[in-house]
Design a protein around this ligand. Structure first.
Ligand SMILES: Nc1ncnc2c1ncn2[C@@H]1O[C@H](COP(=O)(O)OP(=O)(O)O)[C@@H](O)[C@H]1O
Ligand SMILES: [Mg+2]
Length: 240
């Protein structure tokens, strides 16, 4: 039986004492899938991603990562497989220097210091940050912090990569470079929440669109991006 990367069945999520922001969400991401999670601001993209990695608990429904059910007792195992970048990169960088941020995860999993540092320097160079290795995150620009957070995630060589608004704060040259880096990665599943539709069309093949707390569309991304009327109705006007 082939492995399923991410499976979600009838997920419902509500913030405390509020109406559900996610209702009856079901989808499956297979090994090899590169998927865009689209939907207007406030449609629940970040909330859904945080449910997938167990940071938020659904009211009902089930989630599996690599065929393992997401439950409190499986979280260490689940998190070992997932690379997750927060919408706010500041949530990810907490060590005195960027180099320590990028070596933190591998060191935690027992990688020897010299190997972790070598890999971190390589990743920082990939993202143009080699000169910043010994600086702290708050000495970096917003875009540089995002790239440093991505370096920290990739250092763990995740099999599943989940990114929340990864192009925020990046100029066109870095957006293009990030797309090239992502396309080269040997990860098994990529799920990216973004409103950067043109960029998404370069790195993903399939789109899930959230609307009214549900998955309104699950289709190939290229034809969807041509269907500007449908996108406009879903709150995703093209070219703005
Ligand atoms: N901590 C919170 N408490 C209550 N409501 C929240 C909280 N975080 C987000 N929301 C609400 O949940 C909805 C979905 O938010 P979010 O998942 O951040 O959307 P998106 O990432 O698509 O912009 C929004 O209406 C937002 O106001
Ligand atoms: Mg969000």
């Amino acid at each position: 039986m082939s492995q399923t990367g991410v499976a979600v069945q009838n997920l419902v999520y509500a913030y405390s004492n509020q109406q559900p922001v996610l209702q009856d969400i079901s989808f499956t991401l297979k090994v090899g899938d590169r998927v865009a999670l689209m939907g207007p601001t406030g449609s629940g993209k970040s909330t859904l991603l945080e449910n997938l990695i167990g940071l938020k608990q659904p009211l009902s429904g089930k989630i599996w990562i690599n065929d393992i059910p997401v439950e409190p007792k499986t979280l260490p195992q689940i998190r070992r497989n997932i690379g997750f970048s927060f919408q706010d990169a500041n949530d990810q960088l907490f060590m005195p220097t960027i180099l320590e941020d990028v070596t933190f995860g591998p060191r935690n999993y027992g990688v020897p210091p010299a190997i972790a540092i070598d890999k971190a320097r390589h990743l920082l160079a990939e993202f143009g940050l080699e000169a910043y290795a010994n600086r702290s995150a708050h000495e970096l620009s917003g875009g540089q912090r995002r790239l440093a957070a991505l370096a920290a995630i990739l250092a763990l060589e995740p099999t599943i990569l989940i990114l929340d608004e990864p192009t925020n704060g990046l100029d066109p040259a870095w957006r293009r470079h990030l797309a090239q880096v992502l396309l080269k990665l040997p990860v098994q599943v990529i799920l990216i929440a973004s409103h950067d539709l043109n960029w998404l069309s370069k790195v993903t093949q399939r789109a899930l669109v959230l609307s009214g707390g549900r998955i309104a569309i699950d289709s190939d991304i290229q034809p969807l991006l041509q269907d500007t009327d449908t996108l406009d109705k879903l709150g995703l006007p093209v070219g703005w």
